[in-house]
Design a protein around this ligand. Sequence first.
Ligand code: SF4
Length: 70
Amino acid sequence: MNDRKLIRVEVDPNLCVGSGMCVNFNPDLFQIQPDGHAAYVGRKLDEMAALDAAELCPVSAINLIYEEQQ
Ligand code: SF4
């Protein structure tokens, strides 16, 4: 079985409607940017919090990007 390593958290600006739910959920990790879309701003990758935020997002705009480990 391969371990998967989280390498980044992305918000798809084409999907994000700027609802702010992810920001309200965890303002240390997500902030609304000047363009009105959210971005992951956490200095560290918090996989569990990012997964929770991704589930909360009403338009599924939050994506966790993994690197497959050999
Ligand atoms: S919860 Fe989803 S739609 Fe709302 S601001 Fe965050 S990423 Fe954008």
